[in-house]
Design a protein around this ligand. Structure first.
Ligand SMILES: Nc1nc2c(ncn2[C@@H]2O[C@H](COP(=O)(O)OP(=O)(O)OP(=O)(O)OP(=O)(O)OC[C@H]3O[C@@H](n4cnc5c(=O)[nH]c(N)nc54)[C@H](O)[C@@H]3O)[C@@H](O)[C@H]2O)c(=O)[nH]1
Length: 172
């Protein structure tokens, strides 16, 4: 029986090599798209998204996210970066099941993959605490969020979230 496992083992080694090559060649970041509801009454107008503006480079706006440390699992990265960049942790956020978005884009000639989970601020009054990496933050409705997040893929992701939340609210 053990002989049958040999090709699988060989495949696994090649998978590992391929994965390691992919890891070296690919930047990877994880974070949360964070929203808050301004009122309990379900309505799309009540939803605001959190965007942070970098204090470096082109001062672009994105949800909290950051690079995966070696050996770190993706969701741990998302929590760590959200804590570091916005001062928000598990006590402040409720993860929404069923949503995970992957973005792929190029940064200085390298492929970058970004994974976003979705989380709701438990108490809309909780204050965001920025690190030195960001110089501003805003809670904004979908239209303004799409204007700030100027990348089409991020805009599409935010629209997808809004649609996802509206659909979930209709079911209630
Ligand atoms: N001084 C300086 N320092 C920098 C710079 N750059 C980095 N540092 C240092 O790195 C640390 C950050 O480390 P983490 O927080 O762990 O990583 P991330 O959160 O991953 O942050 P990044 O900023 O590296 O990565 P992105 O946000 O991905 O931006 C990279 C490029 O991609 C474009 N872009 C962004 N989002 C989207 C999108 O959704 N869709 C599309 N299509 N494109 C998008 C955008 O145009 C941008 O130019 C900082 O502390 C700095 O020390 C820089 O230019 N100057």
């Amino acid at each position: 029986m053990g002989f049958y496992s040999a090709p699988v083992a060989a495949n696994s080694v090649s998978d590992i090599i391929q994965q390691s090559y992919f890891d070296i060649m690919t930047l990877r970041a994880c974070g949360f798209i964070i929203f808050r509801r301004l009122a309990q009454r379900p309505s799309p107008d009540n939803i605001e998204y959190l965007l942070l503006q970098t204090s470096y480079g082109e001062h672009h706006w994105t949800p909290p996210k950051g690079h995966v440390d070696p050996g770190e699992d993706d969701l741990t990265t998302a929590w760590r970066e959200t804590q570091e960049e916005a001062g928000l942790g598990e006590m402040h956020l409720r993860v929404v099941d069923g949503f995970l978005q992957r973005l792929h884009y190029q940064v200085r000639g390298k492929e970058k993959e970004v994974l976003y989970w979705l989380a709701e601020l438990r108490d809309p009054g909780i204050k965001v605490r920025l690190s030195a990496e960001h110089r501003d933050y805003r809670w904004v409705k979908l239209d303004e969020a799409c204007r700030l997040a100027k990348y089409t893929d991020l805009q599409d992701t935010l629209k997808k979230v809004q649609h996802f939340l509206e659909k979930a609210e209709k079911k209630q």
